[in-house]
Design a binder for this molecule. Structure first.
Ligand code: PMP
Length: 454
């Protein structure tokens, strides 16, 4: 191990890139795409690649996390301390470890009233699978085993395992890999900018009518749960109309259907709240979380659920579910230290401040001919590109081209999701870096043409 570590450290960027191409399978990358950017170091809002080039990370490690910034010694120390005390001990059956207990209690403490049972996972997809299984089991143990259907939204993203992939609203996740699971149904998402989807009707009225019709078609007593992101992330940072979640909540409640909030992206400050669902009138029965729980310093996710759901699924045979790394002591110790930092540094409030800096910095970009709409929710921004502001036709090529130019010419990392450029920077971003990023974005988008060229 020592020899191979030493070898890696002395390797040139070109050698690393070559090994990468030969051995590492990258999610969502075509074999023909040879470009690589190998990151080797991070500090605050910056990361360095193997060539020594420094980038401003406007994406939270290109994956909506890094809340507390990169390279925090506090979290390295928490990991070192815990792994030298007790790296891991199973939580199956009667066993447990102190850090997983403390973390579950801490999550319950931060959570909305009534949600206080926690199941731990390694990330978001496992959390979504867990929540779906818990919802079905809860109904089944209460004498309704036919409540198996899961409702979700097109363009919702919930992960890629078979359960989470079946709930996700992107068909391409399964192309050529056999069918999704049965008994999953999709409804239209709230994307108010694309109001043509709602045929002139008020978006919430349209969506509620469609949901009601969907429930009637399946049979409302066959539906276990609906899952949704409070603010859609992968769909391009899209907050719903204010009355959407309260009305969905009320409708589902009338039929005994559970509501699962997928807060993998939104929880722990990203949107300017500990939990985004709490202030959107969503009142979920379960919350799935991951990313910000550790700021990405260790893989960890959690499902927080209502007391009676937690009690219900553990009756009789218990919850026949659990991953080896459930409650991994080092991951939980890192999560606890991370939550301390978020609290101590006021990062939940700071997310809103970061969002204001970004909104102000992008004010002139919002007027550009191929920028359709800029949506800011806490420290999360979606810049939707269009062929023309009149037709609102998506300009798909533009987001990829702009993202590449921002990275390669300005050393600013953003991410493209369809025709939207997404920002989700570390919450410790300062005013100067926010200004630098928004200047670069405005400069690049000003040169964009109607074919997405630069
Ligand atoms: N839900 C949401 C809302 C997500 O954004 C993601 C990942 N980006 C997931 C679930 C899946 O999480 P993971 O990749 O950790 O499995």
């Amino acid at each position: 191990t020592i020899a191979s570590t030493a070898r890696t450290q002395s390797m040139s960027a070109a050698e690393l890139e070559d090994l990468d191409r030969r051995h590492l399978i990258h999610p969502h990358q075509r074999a023909a795409q040879h470009e690589r950017h190998v990151m080797v170091r991070g500090e605050g809002c910056h990361v360095w690649d193997a060539h020594g080039t420094r980038y401003l990370d406007m994406t939270g490690a290109a994956n909506w996390l890094a809340q507390v910034g990169h390279g925090r010694p506090e979290l390295a120390e928490a990991a070192a301390r815990q792994t030298s005390e007790l790296e891991y001990f199973t939580s199956f059956d009667v066993y447990s470890n102190d850090k997983s207990i403390l973390l579950a209690a801490r999550i319950a403490d931060l959570a909305p009233e009534g949600l206080d049972r926690v199941f731990l996972t390694n990330g978001g997809s496992e959390g979504v699978d867990t929540a779906i299984k818990a919802a079905r089991l809860f109904h089944s143990r209460r004498g309704e085993p036919d409540r198996t259907w899961i409702i979700s939204r097109r363009f919702g993203y919930h992960g890629v395992t078979y359960g989470a992939g079946s709930a996700s609203g992107f068909d391409h996740l399964q192309f050529g890999a056999g069918p999704f699971l049965p008994n999953f149904e999709k409804v239209t998402p709230p994307l108010p900018y694309h109001r043509e989807m709602y045929g002139g009707e008020d978006p919430t009225d349209f969506l509620l009518r469609e949901l009601e019709e969907t429930l009637a078609r399946i049979g409302p007593d066959k539906v276990a749960a609906m899952i949704g992101e409070p603010v859609m992330g992968g769909a391009g940072v899209v907050p719903p109309p204010d009355d959407y979640w309260p009305r969905v909540r009320e409708l589902l409640g009338r039929h005994g259907i559970l509501l699962i909030a997928d807060e993998v992206v939104t929880a722990f400050g990203r949107t300017g709240a500990w939990f985004d669902s709490a202030r959107r009138g969503m009142a979920p029965d379960m919350i799935v979380m991951a990313k910000g729980l550790t700021s990405g310093y260790a893989p960890l996710g959690a499902v927080l659920m209502r007391t009676d759901i937690g009690d219900g699924i553990t009756e009789d045979q218990g919850f026949a579910h659990g991953f080896t790394y459930f409650g991994h002591a080092a991951s939980c110790a890192i999560a606890l230290a991370n939550l301390d930092l978020i609290e101590k540094e006021g990062l939940v409030d700071r997310a809103r401040q970061v969002g204001e800096w970004l909104r102000d910095g992008l004010a002139s970009a919002a007027e550009l001919p191929h920028v359709g709409e800029i949506r800011v929710v806490g420290a999360m921004v979606g810049i939707e590109l269009v062929v023309s502001r009149d037709t609102r036709e998506p300009l798909f090529a533009g987001a990829g081209a702009a993202t590449a130019e921002l990275r390669d010419v300005h050393q600013v990392i953003t991410r493209d999701y369809g025709n939207t450029i997404v920002l989700a920077p570390p919450l410790v971003l300062d005013r100067d870096d926010a200004a630098r990023a928004t200047r670069a974005i405005t400069e690049v988008l000003a040169r964009l043409d109607g074919d997405g060229g630069l």
